[in-house]
Design a protein around this ligand. Structure first.
Ligand SMILES: *Cc1c(COP(=O)(O)O)cnc(C)c1O
Length: 400
């Protein structure tokens, strides 16, 4: 048996061909593949605009910049996520308030979010960063209601959930990142995520204003749009009689960054996107097999699924909670199975401890961390491999 990781990219000859073709084309970066990828991605997700960037963390940073997060402003997020979900608030000098999770879904507990907001005067909090952890879609409709009441922006961290959805009050499917409830949603194309581009990220939105801000911020705050120039034509052309802007002219209007994606990454992402539905289907089938295998084991608890018929979980991760997690982890590794822990609570990272967070602040998140383990979950995991994983886990608990 070859080693079985918890996640793995899937590269086909078509993917390789797509990258090679781009390498042989005129553009390595800032060419046509970026827009093609953005258009295909927004269509897939069901939103109006998409902005491709260099990685998911850059997507988060540009989001807080575009929303105008200022030093001292407060925003809420979950501790059970990759640290970047919180760090993006810090990049702009904002303050992070971690809110505890729901013990069944492992997502932000909306009742606790509400309690945090109600305990202080309105206007104390500027925004919220909910995370579709593991691929389970957060109820953005409920979060949007709170956001409207308390004047918050919403950045949905949907890195785990392209293709995931929840069902809203009216019974309609709401896909992660579709722009209906969140101001901005972000995705990552790191190799362990659903769609791999090497490195890469995407921001989706239905706001034209935010979209245009993001385009500018992504590339140094520079615009080449004549309609938006602020200096005069005479200055631009160094000719007091000039009646138009010269061809070379551009303006840096805000402090931006170089957070661009390359064209060959976009070509890979675009090629991978074509198989996204297939990959999602396989992930859901793998999850179902795990569900079946563990449902009679009282010591193994899987992340809350959704209600019958609502199969919106995108399964970036398949997370279980078990007693003696360390024992199981070591046992699996002996069998050449490499599970992972997602996540060490962000508020207990030394950086955030130094800002005042401590053990005991978020009991559910901390209890979750003592038991969680992410099992192998990727489209090319074979039935035989999964059976081997399940046997290894159940045999370990057999001794109890
Ligand atoms: C992967 C990930 C990120 C960061 O994406 P990068 O592309 O690695 O920068 C942010 N949030 C979550 C939840 C992630 O899983």
């Amino acid at each position: 048996m070859t080693p079985i990781p918890y996640g793995k990219q899937f590269i086909t000859p078509e993917d390789i061909q797509a990258v090679v073709e781009t390498l042989q084309s005129e553009y390595l970066t800032q060419g046509p593949k970026i827009k093609e990828f953005e258009d295909a991605f927004s269509k897939y997700i069901g939103c109006q605009y998409a902005v491709a960037v260099s990685n998911g963390t850059a997507a988060l940073h540009l989001s807080t910049l575009a929303l105008g997060v200022k030093p001292g402003q407060k925003a809420i997020t979950t501790p059970i996520t990759f640290a970047a979900s919180a760090n993006c608030i810090r990049y702009c000098g904002g303050e992070v308030t971690f809110c505890d999770i729901d013990p069944e879904s492992y997502l932000l507990d909306i009742r606790k979010v509400k309690a945090i907001l109600e305990a202080v005067p309105k206007g104390t909090y500027a925004g919220i960063v909910p995370v579709d952890f593991g691929g389970l879609a957060v109820d953005l409709e409920a979060i949007k209601k709170l956001a409207d009441e308390f004047g918050l922006w919403i950045i949905e961290d949907a890195c785990h959930a392209p293709g995931g959805f929840f069902v809203d009050q009216s019974g309609e499917k709401q896909h992660c990142g579709n722009g209906k409830f969140a101001d901005l949603s972000i995705f990552s194309f790191h190799p362990v995520k659903h769609i791999a581009a090497g490195e890469g990220g995407m921001i989706t939105t239905n706001s034209r204003i935010l979209y245009e801000k993001l385009l500018t911020l992504r590339t140094h705050g520079i615009t080449r749009d004549i309609g938006r120039f602020s200096n005069s034509k005479a200055f631009a052309a160094s000719d007091h009689l000039a009646t138009s802007y010269p061809g070379w002219y551009m303006e840096m209007q805000t402090l931006g960054y170089n957070y661009r994606m390359t064209d060959f990454q976009a070509a890979l992402g675009l090629s991978q996107l074509k198989r996204a539905d297939e990959g999602l289907k396989r992930r859901r089938a793998i999850a179902k097999t795990y569900d079946e295998a563990f449902k009679s084991h009282s010591l193994i608890h899987s992340q809350l699924n959704e209600l019958e018929g609502n199969t919106g979980h995108a399964y970036h991760l398949y997370v279980i909670q078990v007693p003696d997690r360390l024992g199981l982890y070591n046992h699996l590794r002996k069998d050449k199975i490499f599970p992972q822990v997602h996540y060490i609570p962000t508020h207990l990272m030394p950086y955030y401890r130094e800002l005042g967070w401590k053990v005991g602040d978020l009991p559910y998140a901390e209890a979750y961390y003592t038991k969680c383990l992410s099992l192998p979950m990727y489209p090319t995991l074979t039935d035989e491999e999964q059976e081997y994983v399940i046997k290894s886990i159940t045999s370990y608990f057999g001794k109890y």
